[in-house]
Design a protein around this ligand. Structure first.
Ligand SMILES: [Zn+2]
Ligand SMILES: [Zn+2]
Length: 452
């Protein structure tokens, strides 16, 4: 093994206790997106103990901390997500908030801290140029949206997703490459690499009908639940038009479907995601769904309020960073350590970062149970936290050593989805839609509005 890797691995080992202690502390103190105040406080304190200067946004959670080699070169960002999930039935959920780290994000910030500790060791940056930015980012999971809507109304946030908010606030300015390692549950391999993952649009619908006595005069009503029912059937019929290689997904839930069984429901509410592998197909799928739902409301003489919000851009793991990680994992952890998987069907706001900055999103084993489920737990923090700390530390070296030859190649050959941050934000903002979809005209014609 490369001598420099050996040295860096020993620096990570030196901080094993700190890593394992941090993992347990964070597991026991989960907080949901944009509420990660204690988590931020705890981690910022650990960084300060390592002599880092922590920069915190005043009004939201998270922080960044820079480590400069003192020599000019690229800036490599290492990210850790702060937020937990809510899982009511999880035995270790906090009783008051039901929060629990059922996606293992606390392992990311723990690994990031381990990497920061190793790279702060004397001589750790020898042979490297440029700088490393550690970023503890809030709110990856798209949950608790009423709270975020309130933050938005108060002008405290501009986007539901924490990385998009950090991008908007300029914390990614000057960042040339980015990496993070997510926990996963494979018992046979230490790491997974994906080429990317689906993007998504977050959707909220309100079907409008007319209430009436369900026994005495149902003919006076317009049944909003049945509008939703027809709409779901229409979307299910659309599924055969979903393009296989686009890994399209539409998964709705009804959050309200009537309040009294003796009345025709006048409101039915639906939440859903529209997912696809590319930005263009994500928009096209979204439009099809909106059309089907609008037409279903019209079919029964009702109406429909559509609210679309940007979710995540598709994740594109940079091919060069992928290759570097593949070689590095094999060198550090052995030939059997890695499983290469083609595509992840979930979505992450790391996708947004990857559409304008070369990025990589490997996954590290050590968790057990179902992600987001009641049996999820960290079985082996060595695998979920210490190993990723080692990978990220050596990846920093690989990208920034030798006058950043590898890093500069990554930057030079990167093909962004959007040419500029302005173009990216334009595309994100264009996904926002609030419209009342059905317009009944006096001559009996019905107009549908479901797009821009
Ligand atoms: Zn998750
Ligand atoms: Zn996650």
């Amino acid at each position: 093994m490369n001598r420099n890797y050996e040295k860096l691995l020993s620096y990570v080992e030196k901080h094993r206790e700190l890593i394992l202690k941090t993992e347990r502390y964070l597991w026991k103190h989960p907080e949901v997106g944009y509420k990660e105040w204690k988590t931020t406080e705890y981690l910022a304190e650990q960084f300060e103990k390592l002599d880092y200067t922590v920069t915190r946004p005043e009004d939201i959670t998270g922080f960044v901390a820079d480590l400069d080699t003192g020599r000019p070169g690229p800036k490599f960002a290492i990210l850790g997500e702060l937020d937990s999930l809510i899982c009511e039935t999880h035995p270790e959920a906090v009783p008051e908030t039901k929060a629990v780290h059922a996606c293992g994000h606390h392992c990311q910030t723990t690994a990031m801290l381990g990497c920061a500790a190793a790279l702060a060791e004397p001589g750790a940056l020898d042979g490297m140029c440029g700088s490393i930015r550690f970023m503890a980012v809030p709110a990856e999971e798209t949950i608790d949206l009423e709270y975020r809507a309130r933050l938005m109304e108060e002008g405290k946030i501009h986007y539901n997703a924490g990385k998009i908010e950090y991008l908007y606030r300029g914390y990614f300015d000057g960042v040339d490459m980015a990496a993070m390692v997510h926990a996963m549950t494979d018992e046979h391999h230490l790491f997974h690499l994906f080429h990317g993952g689906n993007g998504c649009i977050n959707k909220h619908f309100e079907f409008e009908g007319t209430a009436a006595h369900a026994g005495v005069a149902p003919w006076d009503g317009v049944n909003a639940l049945y509008e939703a029912n027809v709409a779901m059937t229409a979307c299910n019929a659309l599924r055969e038009t979903f393009i296989d290689k686009e890994t399209m997904r539409f998964h709705p839930i009804l959050t309200q479907a009537g309040v009294a069984a003796n009345a025709i429901p006048d409101v039915a509410k639906m939440d859903a995601y529209a997912r696809a592998a590319t930005f263009g197909q994500m928009k096209s799928l979204n439009e099809k769904i909106n059309r089907a739902l609008a037409a279903s409301a019209a079919a029964l003489g009702g109406n429909l309020k559509i609210e679309d919000k940007p979710g995540n851009m598709p994740l594109y793991c940079d091919p060069n960073l992928y290759q570097e990680c593949r070689e590095l994992i094999t060198e550090l952890f052995g030939a059997d350590a890695l499983e290469e998987r083609d595509w992840s069907y979930g979505s992450t706001d790391m996708g947004d970062i990857s559409s304008i900055i070369p990025a990589i999103h490997p996954e590290a084993a050590g968790a057990l149970g179902k992600p987001h489920g009641r049996d999820y737990r960290i079985a082996d923090p060595e695998k979920t936290c210490v190993n990723p700390a080692k990978l990220l530390t050596c990846l920093a070296y690989r990208l920034l050593s030798d006058d950043a030859a590898v890093g500069k190649k990554v930057i030079r050959e990167y093909q962004p989805v959007f040419e500029s941050r302005e173009a990216y934000f334009q595309a994100v903002n264009d996904l926002e839609l609030t419209v009342r979809a059905v317009e009944y005209q006096e001559n009996g014609d019905v107009l549908l509005h479901f797009g821009k």
